[in-house]
Design a binder for this molecule. Structure first.
Ligand SMILES: Nc1ncnc2c1ncn2[C@@H]1O[C@H](COP(=O)(O)OP(=O)(O)O)[C@@H](O)[C@H]1O
Ligand SMILES: [Mg+2]
Length: 491
């Protein structure tokens, strides 16, 4: 069969450049990775991406980038290679199971000055297509190797963007980077970087829905990525946004999309180049969510450093908000919640609130807390998140707060205030040797109510007791309805 295309390959490469606004390196790597992931769907996957920059000095200085993507996937028959891969718009994907489906990746791939595809025993290169030559028979390989060569100087920021694209995706890639050092001609080789981001949570969303989640900073060979928002489709990064100007958010955010729609459907969430969200309503919602994360974010670590209390430190994160709906007057130390409650002057929500456990990591204060082992710290952090869940059920909606651990002898809980933000701390003693987990939730609920009652009454007097009583009666149904969800933190 002739290796011919339905349109001029030069036109495709032109289109490839016009279609995308990001640097071709980033787009090509993204498209190759997507194709390999799709090809490895039903097979033990192996995907290897190698990016190498080269400088040629003679006859004149020129820079090249060679991208090689190897996979152990299903490979292509001659028919698929010619009629799908080499054909603009050609695709074998329509079931909503795959990441691809537009059939336009070749526009990016062919934007390189040279490319080749080796799949099973077939080989084709850009030169062969230009010359109208036959697809070549060659040695048999398991899957597919696609090689693309780009010409032109590559900035380290372009390499960094491409790296983030790989590292921000939930897929194992054997990633090899061989490139010039930023400031010299020496070559830095990063071999064997397996990007197994298994600690990442995957949210499968319903049709057209999206879910956001916070993640820890990602380490790459270049730098720590922070303050980024990874917009992903089926766990693969489509594009990356920076934090809102002026925000100091350090953690990264993930916005995951999944869709059973094929890309040609009107409601498909992404634009054709997948560098933006095409549905304006969803886009507005996503932007609103990111801005909210950015504005709520407390990173001013030193602002919270208490010189009088060097044993206390604050780990930046998101402020939590309570779920308890109270329509009431301003905070007043003389406020008797119970009498207001009985006189019907305040209202509260009696419907059980569902806890959103997908929220990013809350801001945490650690006071005299010294875990003896890593295992202990890990366990304590799970209980601490439970503490946050319980607090969110018993704290009024208008009060932002942070959580924390206090390790002082004889202290079971503490309430601190830093720059006007309340921190509700609990001692790990509360859960040490506590076998009955449901009972523990109730015990922590009682502690939470004690701390929350201090919003209203500072001292332990009669009014304080009655305020606690009011909070108990307001939240007992909610806590019972949420015990199972809260205990998920321990799994
Ligand atoms: N690495 C690969 N392994 C197997 N088949 C591939 C690979 N890359 C591309 N293909 C085939 O080529 C077709 C066109 O690829 P592409 O232009 O990326 O479009 P899409 O991924 O949107 O279908 C795919 O539908 C697939 O059948
Ligand atoms: Mg594709």
């Amino acid at each position: 069969m002739k290796a011919q295309m339905s349109i001029d390959p030069a036109l495709i490469s032109l289109l490839g450049r016009k279609l995308y606004s990001s640097h071709p390196l980033q787009i090509i790597v993204r498209e190759l990775l997507q194709n390999s992931v799709d090809a490895c769907k039903n097979i033990h996957p192996y995907i290897r991406i190698e990016v190498q920059t080269k400088k040629i000095c003679k006859p004149e200085e020129e820079f090249f980038t060679i991208i090689t993507c190897t996979d152990s996937g299903c490979g292509m028959s001659e028919d698929v290679l010619i009629n799908k891969f080499l054909c603009l718009g050609g695709t074998t994907k329509s079931d909503g199971e795959t990441v691809g489906g537009f059939g336009i990746a070749k526009a990016a791939i062919m934007s390189g000055i040279w490319w080749s595809v080796h799949t099973h025993d077939l080989y084709v290169s850009s030169k062969m297509v230009m010359n109208g030559a036959d697809v070549k028979k060659t040695n048999y390989i398991e899957g597919t190797i696609v090689k693309v060569v780009l010409k032109g100087y590559i900035y380290s920021s372009d390499i960094s963007d491409m790296t983030q694209m790989i590292y921000g995706s939930d897929v194992n890639v054997h990633f090899i980077l061989k490139c010039f050092h930023r400031y010299g001609s020496s070559i830095n080789e990063y071999e064997d970087l397996y990007t197994g981001l298994t600690q990442r949570k995957t949210f499968l969303t319903s049709e057209m829905a999206w879910v956001g989640s916070g993640v820890e900073p990602i380490k790459t060979p270049f730098s720590t990525i922070e303050g980024k928002t990874f917009i992903r489709f089926k766990n693969l990064v489509q594009f990356i946004k920076s934090r809102t100007y002026g925000s100091e958010r350090k953690i990264n955010l993930i916005v995951d999309f999944d869709s059973l729609l094929s890309p040609d459907k009107r409601d498909f969430p992404f634009s054709m180049s997948r560098e933006s969200i095409s549905n304006p309503d969803i886009n507005v919602e996503v932007i609103k969510w990111i801005e909210q994360q950015d504005s709520d974010y407390m990173t001013l670590e030193d602002k919270f450093e208490n010189p009088e209390d060097p044993c206390s430190r604050i780990i930046p994160g998101k402020l939590l908000y309570g779920n308890l709906i109270l329509a009431m007057a301003e905070k007043d130390p003389e406020y008797a919640l119970e009498s207001e409650l009985s006189s019907g002057k305040i209202v509260f929500s009696s419907t059980p609130t569902i806890i959103d456990q997908t929220l990013s990591c809350p801001v945490i204060q650690l006071m005299d807390y010294e875990p003896s082992t890593e295992r202990e710290a890990e366990l304590d952090s799970k209980y601490l998140l439970m503490w946050g869940d319980i607090l969110s059920l018993v704290t009024p909606t208008n009060i932002p707060f942070g959580i924390g651990l206090v390790g002082r002898k004889g202290v079971l809980g503490a309430h601190t205030e830093n720059e006007g933000v309340h921190f509700l701390l609990i001692s790990p003693i509360v859960w040490k040797n506590h076998e009955d987990k449901r009972g523990l939730v109730l015990k922590m609920w009682a502690r939470a109510i004690h701390e929350v009652a201090h919003y209203f009454i500072l001292v332990h007097n009669e009014k304080f007791t009655s305020t606690m009583g009011a909070l108990f009666s307001m939240t007992c149904n909610t806590i019972l309805a949420n015990i199972a969800i809260i205990l998920r933190r321990l799994s």
